[in-house]
Design a protein around this ligand. Structure first.
Ligand SMILES: NC(=O)c1ccc[n+]([C@@H]2O[C@H](COP(=O)([O-])OP(=O)(O)OC[C@H]3O[C@@H](n4cnc5c(N)ncnc54)[C@H](O)[C@@H]3O)[C@@H](O)[C@H]2O)c1
Length: 431
């Protein structure tokens, strides 16, 4: 199928962010950045990554994406992001993380609720918060706004420290949402789930959980990559649960646990595999104008943040490849956390159920809208998310010292559009 979709796919607003800060470590070569794209209800949210080469421009893009994510899901919070240019595998990584957080502590106290991201696990972040004297969770700025702070802290603590199959909510719910979005995309393309194959770049919090829930839904996951390379099994698919049990910190798979017919290959070839679905779930800007013509998949589901450059996406759209953008596909992790923080759900099972009920109708609705308008899914979804974010900012205030973060919860539910909810809440163990 070949189709030219004229709409621009670059949807990130070029407006300057509300605030950005740059930090230079005085003990290593590390630099760090915080960008608050916008405040809503006086607060903003977004993960904190650590990777060599991270830049202020990258963190700015990611912060804008966070505003879109919150808007798309009708959550009355703005977008922010943090990034440290440093190798997370270096022995000094933990100390660098602590020094960075200490430097930007005023933002963490009031404005910026952060979480695990590329190269930073949630548990590492929570430990670093404790070390700088900000309690035991990176959600600190939201906790201190709660009228019933001890109760909210207990709810968050319970939700995020109860393992399921040895993994925690922060390592599972993001990929659960990505898998749900993938199933909606396959349905849109008329591809039966049981005949679909997938390759995933990255096997950390997002990639690992996406692989798990896609496999449980019946999609054959034939390949995954980590920072060391790719593991492929085209004939019978990978044993995702086995590989998760052999995963080390940092999302690296212990090769000694692989089965004899699993093949090890160079990581770069992940995107040229002949499969229905590709899921970028590692670094940003991994699909570019230089490599996008190698893609044979019909559906790309962005588990990573900003993995596809604008030029690459335009060329993919012209070839009829569907791209489900990051701010729809991967918001499960942030939305789930905020639903727990705000008390809109009381624990992991309810968070999975709500995500399940919300994400498929959202993706289906916007895919239909894009098809009707003959514009890209990203364009129509971004417009929807921006309008929602604007409305939330008007309703709850933007730069307010203390908005109605908790009491606003009921009203924010009306900020999502009326869409059919024919997607039954699924049990958390399957997709
Ligand atoms: N963790 C979250 O809650 C969350 C939520 C939404 C989006 N994201 C996005 O998902 C992506 C992955 O985040 P994560 O939290 O899963 O990270 P992670 O650190 O847990 O895992 C990253 C994975 O990518 C691999 N990797 C690292 N560098 C690579 C490279 N150059 N090439 C190929 N693979 C590489 C690692 O080995 C690991 O398997 C990021 O873009 C992040 O912004 C994360």
């Amino acid at each position: 199928m070949s189709q030219t979709i004229p709409a621009p796919v670059r949807v990130l607003s070029e407006d300057a962010p509300f605030l950005h800060a740059t930090w230079n470590d005085d003990q290593t070569s590390a630099c760090g950045y915080v960008v608050i794209d916008r405040l809503i209800t006086g607060i903003a949210t977004g993960g904190m990554r650590m990777r060599p080469g991270c830049t202020l421009a990258e963190v700015t893009d990611l912060a804008r994406e966070m505003t879109l994510k919150m808007g798309a899901f009708g959550i009355h919070v703005g977008g922010a992001k943090g990034g440290i240019d440093f190798d997370p595998a270096a022995p000094e990584a933990a100390e660098v993380r602590v020094r960075f957080l200490r430097a930007v502590r005023p933002l963490l106290e009031r404005y910026w609720v952060t979480a695990g991201d590329l190269g930073t696990q949630q548990a590492q972040l929570d430990l670093a918060f404790a070390e700088i004297g900000l309690g035991n969770t990176s959600f600190h700025a939201a906790m201190v706004r709660a009228p019933d702070e001890p109760q909210v802290r207990t709810r968050v603590q319970q939700a995020f420290s109860t393992p399921m199959d040895g993994l925690y909510l922060s390592e599972l719910i993001g990929g659960f949402g990505v898998a749900k979005a993938t199933l909606a995309g396959l349905e849109h393309l008329g591809v039966p789930v049981r005949s679909a194959t997938a390759v995933i770049q990255g096997f950390g919090a997002m990639g690992g959980s996406t692989a798990l829930y896609l496999a449980r839904a019946g999609v054959k996951v034939v390949g995954v990559t980590d920072a060391l390379g790719m593991i492929l099994n085209k004939d019978r698919g990978l044993d995702v649960e086995l590989m998760l049990s052999a995963r080390t910190r940092g999302g690296i798979i212990d090769r000694s646990a692989l089965r004899s017919d699993d093949v090890e290959l160079d990581g770069d070839i992940w995107l040229s595999q002949k499969v229905e679905v590709l899921v970028p779930a590692a670094v940003s800007y991994s699909i570019t104008a230089d490599n996008c013509d190698l893609i044979q998949a019909r559906l790309i589901v962005e588990a990573a943040n900003v993995p596809t450059t604008a030029e690459a996406e335009q060329r993919l759209l012209n070839r009829g490849v569907v791209v489900i953008p990051d701010f729809l596909a991967n918001t499960g992790a942030a939305a789930g956390a905020w639903w727990v923080i705000l008390g809109e759900v009381d624990g992991p099972d309810a968070a999975y159920a709500r995500l399940s009920a919300q994400i498929r109708p959202l993706v289906v609705h916007l895919m239909g809208d894009a098809a009707r308008k003959q514009i890209s899914l990203r364009s129509t979804a971004a417009e929807f998310a921006r309008q929602n974010a604007e409305r939330l900012a008007v309703d709850y205030g933007s730069v307010v010292p203390t908005g109605e973060l908790y009491t606003a919860t009921q009203r924010s539910a009306t900020s999502t559009p009326a869409m059919s909810s024919d997607d039954p809440a699924a049990p958390p163990r399957s997709c």
